[in-house]
Structure formats: C-alpha cells, structure tokens
Write a protein that binds this ligand. Sequence first.
Ligand code: BGC
Length: 820
Amino acid sequence: MPPYKLLALLTASSIYGTSFATSSFLPSTTGISGASTTAGVITIPLSSYSFTPYPTPTLTPRPPVFPATDPLNPPEVSSDRHVVPDFAPAWAIAYQKARNLISNYTTEEKSNITTGTGWENGLCETNIPPNKNFSGLCLEDSPLAVLGADFTTVFPAGIHVASTWNRALMRARGLALGQEFKGKGVNVALGPMMNMGRVAQGGRNWEGFGADPFLAGESAYETVLGLQHGGVQSCAKHFINNEQEQFRATESSNVDDRTQHEIYAHPFLRSVMAGLSAVMCSYNLINNTHACNNDKMLNDILKREYGFQGFVMSDAYATTTTLAAVAGLDMTIPGDITFNSGDSYFGGNLTNYVNEGYISMARLDDMATRIIAAWYFLHQDEDYPATNFNTFNQNDEVNNKHVNVQADHYRLVREIGAAGTVLLKNTNGALPLNKPRNMVLIGSDAGPGKSGPNEFLFGTGSDGILASGWGSGTGTFSYLISPLEGIQERARQNGSSVFWDFDDWNTDLAGAMAFGQAVALVFTSSDSGEGLFTVDGNAGDRKNLTAWNNGDNLILAVAAQNNNTIVVVNSVGPLIVEPWIEHPNITAVVWAGIQGQEAGNAIADVLYGAYNPSGRLPYTIAKDPADYPAQIITNGSGSGIVQINYTEGLFIDYRHFDQANITPRFEFGFGLSYTTFSYSDLGVAAIQSLDVDEEDLIIAWESGEASPIAEGSSVALWLHEPAFQVTFKVTNTGRVSGTEIPQLYIHHPSSACEPPSVLKGFTNVEMGPNDTKHVSITLSRYDLSVWDVVAQGWRKPDGQISFSVGASSRDFRLWGVMPA
Ligand code: BGC
C-alpha cells in the first residue's frame, strides 16, 4: 500500500475517528444541498445573533515608514524594523471584489465556500470547491515543505531559522517555500506555526520559533511576508495555547489576559501586521472554551483588536459546533465532522442555521467574503497554477504532474542550516577543524537512515541523521545529506582518513574506534512531533530531556578514549547535557538543530569553518528539567477536560530563570563564534512621530494612559512606528570574519511586574577582522508597553525603563536608559 494511503487510513480512523464527534446541535437535513448532514433535532433553544463585520482599520498610508503594500510586493527586508507595511488599501480592494462576487451566490453556495469537501475528497489535504469565478482552494501543510508532494525541498524547521536571528534568512526561507507552494498549485500553506515552547518537552516546538515572543514574532513576520511574496496565502497556527500534544483536544489552557497578549498572541499580531491571510484555531480549549468557538480570541482579539481581515479556519476536525461561526470561525477543515462521516458542522448545517435565523446572513456573507477576499488579496484570480499533485498518492500518474519546484533552494537550506547552528563549547582551538590526519564519526545520527529519509511515515522515526521532527509538520525528502556524506566530501580535500561507526549501543566498540583518532565526532539526537503518533514511547511530547539512542553513554564512552571529542547534537529542543558537558576531553559542542535536507553539508561547513557560526539559542538549556517553569501534564482526569493552568504567567523560559535566579547551563541567546566581538559607544534618542493625526494618543501614552479600544487598535501606526533609536558600535576583535548578533533587552521598572529582562530587539552584523560597524536598533511604543488588563490597552509603565545591549540574555555589554 502506498505510504500516503496507509497514512490516510491511520490518520483517519485511529486519530480523528471519534474524538470530535458530537451531533446534538444538528438541525434537520430538509432542503440541504452541498455537504450532506446527519438528521438531527436542535436540542437547545437558540436565539438570533445580530452581526456587524469589523471594518478595515482606518489607516492612511504614510510612506516611507507606512507605505501602502501589496503582499506580492512587500518592503525589502531590513536587519532592523524601519517600515510598518500598510495592507489596508490592498485588503479594501480585495474585499470589494469578494463582495461583488458573492452578491450572486445563493446561501448554499456561500456555505460551501466555508466548508472543506471532506477527507481525501480532492487532491489536497483540504479542498474548497470552486464556484463561479472563484477557483476553489487547495490547502496543504507544512511549515517546512509542501507535504505529500515530490520534487520539493525540505527546509530547516522553524526552530532552526529562528536560531539564525537573521531576518534576511527568515524572509528568504519564506519566499522560497511560498514559491514551491505556488508552483504546486497550493493556495493556502498551513504555516508558519508559532506556538511558544512554553514547555521544553512540547512535541511541536521544533515547528515554531522558540520560547521568546519577540523572536517568534519577528520570525513569524518575516516568514509570512516571504510566503505571501511567493504567491501563497499563509495560515498562522495554532491559535492559541496549543503548547503540548498530550490531551491537545481535551485540555483547557487557562491563561490570564495579560500573559495572553504579551506572550502567546504576540507572534499572531506580528503575522497580521505582515498581511496574513488565514489563521488556524487550535484543538485545545482556552479558559474552558474551545479555541475554534472562542469569541474572545477570534472576534475580540484577532478580528477587532488586531484588525485581522483574513479568515479563521479550524485545525483538522477541531470544529465542535455550527455556532462556532458566531464566535468567529470562518471555515471548517477538512470539512466532515469526523473522518469520512459525510456530514459537516458547516455546509448544509450552516445553510440551515442561516435559513432558520440562528446565524445571520451578514455573518455568512462575512465568512465567505473573508475567504474569497484572501484569494483576491494574493491575486490568485490571476493565472494561479492549478493543483498538480495528489497528496494522498504521489504515484497518481493522472494528477501528479511531477512539477519540479526546487530551483536552487538547496543552497538556501544549506546556508540556513549553518547559520542556525549554535556553537556551545570550543576549547583548545578544537574547531574549526584544521586538516586532521584522521577522524571517526560515531552514532547513528552521523549516517543515513537505513532505508532512506522517507522510511518512516510522516517522519515517525529516524535511524539516521535527524533532519525533521514528525507529524503534519514534516515533508517528503527528495534526498538527505548525512553528516558522513558532507564531512567525507570535505575531508577528501585534505586527504584525511575517515572512519565511522553508527552503532549507538555498542559503547565498547565506539570507544575502541575513537582511540587514537585526531578527532572523534559523536553525533546524537532527540526527536518529537505531533501527538497523532507515538514514537519510542514519546506521545508527541518528549517524555524526558535526555539524548535519544543511548546518546549520553555513547558520548562518555568516546570521551573516555579520545581527548579531542567533539559532540554534534541534532535536537528538536533543549537537552540536559550535564552528564558530559564539562568532560575535559570534550573539546567542542555543536548544536546543529533541525536542518532539513542539507544537514550534513551545513554541519561540515560549520566544523570546517567555511561558515563561522553565528546561531544563537532560541531557548534556554537548563541544568535540570525541574528548572523549567512548566512541565507537560500527562495525567488526565477521566473523561473530563484536563486543566492546564499557565501559573507561570509571563515567566516562561529565560524570564523565569532570571526571575528565580536559576543559573542555566546555556542561556537564551547564547552562542559562540570563531572570532570575538566588542561593543562600545551606546546612544539612544527619541524619533519624531510621523503619525501627526495621533499626536494626542502619543501624548496620552507618554503620560501613562493605555491605548484606546478600537478596530485595529493594537496594530496602530503610532504604537508600532519606530519611536526610539538605540545606536552603538560593534568591533570584530578576532582574526577571522564573522557575524555578531547584538540583542537588546528591556528592563521595566518594578511597577510593571515584568520579568527582569525582555528581548525587544536584535540584528545581525557581518564583519571582517578588525572591522567596526555602527549598529542601530529601533524600538516602538508597543515594545515598551505592557498590557493593561483593566483598561484593555497598551500602556507605558510608571517609572524609568532601562535597557541592555549584549551578546545573550545574560551577557550584557552596554547599559542605557530610555528617554522619558
Ligand atoms: C495539525 C495541523 C495541520 C492539520 C492539517 C492537524 O493535525 O495539528 O498543524 O495543519 O492537521 O493537516
């Protein structure tokens, strides 16, 4: 059976089969066409809901800071944030076209636009049927590849591009992915994923952008701009608080309003500011209301506060009621209530609810308008390629046209692979490698998988180099370069002898192989994925933070025999490295992340110094798992909803370590280079506002008043325009070229009750030896604000705001105070 057929069955029956089935809300099927429905009776009294769509935030473009922007022509990437693109005019045009089109639609036709055709009923994971001039939609995973299509590229994971702290690479990856999705005829790419890594063991953390909202927000912003520049609609997911896989559909993430705004919702806000087309609501409940039926999150925060103009779709089978439409859900995917059930909460049921007055026609119009407007917004009405693959069967010779969309994206994959690699330890000049006489590569992670990179369905396993986690967030590899291949190719240039041993469990052999070698490279990994699948006892989330496949013992066995042992780690997230990190024979540690198809080449580039490492940790590596502020909840409470209380509030990852005065092994933002840098000449100045119309709001903010509530109030120009400029100099004080990643952390006054340090700026500075560069990092009023729960607005806290600039969250080099 072809892998994707098997997958379909697996996914269908065992995973989605029963957990979401509830039909007590279903009305009678009389008169329904489109998606068929199950007969049923309305069992609760319903009243008619009035509805007024949220208008486009009334913004007036003010170039050059606030230019009217089309998603196909985004502002150029900058290493600092100077430009706030204004997508409102482009949305307004798209809305007009969408309204015109649906003015000729029947109620049923409008409902059908909101409803996927059902599992495996079409070429893509979700298919929205065509109607009149609307082509219909193909919606497809993943955040790192076009899932289920051949001739595509598997890019480094989200966590890895975040580790680059390099906006140009984030943007370039988004663009290349966007071009591949478009080339395959996908309308909506189901990514990026921007959950926060609240828990270090969280199964899908590797799909996202790390454990800091600012870093995740910038990564999301650039990725969305890039994807949509490539032509595809981007769908930000999972909204919101899907922070662990176990119980993902039966847990309530209980989160206070301030934490929600400042931590978890921030990457979505930045995505909306990038002109985002779609948002996927998550499986979990938030404060005991399902995410896809959550008026507060969908209508109030996303559509009202953020002024989101695109559409909200459910995660697969995450819709629980037709009335979710009233709470802000615009589309249900893949359409059916449970796998192949043939009915839908939307489709015919939605038509009935509208016809019977339970849901207003204005709301249905808004749903269909949003979906079709996003299609016009991306100009997908103009010569967009038809879907040319079958996600369920790559050998479908009728529909799979085998279009090669890879271009030269492998170069970018290799560059990001190297740029996201973090050098954690380097003693005795161990790295870069200098023509070693001989070397041995030890550990299965150094070699190819036994049956190739697609051996395990959806990446649910790995017996070779770990280049992706598992689940719907992975891709189909065209090829995968292992470290053995990448290093051997490079070693040949120096005539070095290369040996290897991929047996993780025979530590005697590993030690014997390492003895006498000029360099012993030990490779280890740690994997996780979507909770649809359990791998080696890990139910999506990792069950511990130790290296897989006997990694710690293997490393120690090698280090016992070789005093130049270099450890290379491919991990989905933090690992406890205490058993070996201080071993005197371990001369270097290379944190190689999740690199995609060019992993082996990227690792070789870093080891040999062809790429001077500049990656920085996007999370904290603790000394003890208990040091992290939150853990996976693994105990359910019978058939009830599992309550997960986010009691740590704002204090996730380094914010907690700083607050509780816990010394981590490697702090957030840490990473070494083959050169060294110094910092000097700090300056800070206020920038004159461009938003002359909003001068009174700025004055009110300066005096400590919260921003007012209005459509799009959280994305207002006056709040996000550059308001302060921090300047300083960085000098490369070493002997080789390199890239420094200066980071800016705000320290709020104690009145704010904020963590001691919060990241609010970073940039990347490339320098030759002895070069000095002037660096600028701008801050907005939003960056200095906290969320005022009572006033429901962004407010500058009382007291003096200071800041530090430095090389990590604990390596500050310059200190300053914000102008009052
Ligand atoms: C995942 C989503 C994915 C969707 C469609 C779900 O299981 O949580 O991330 O986009 O399936 O495949």
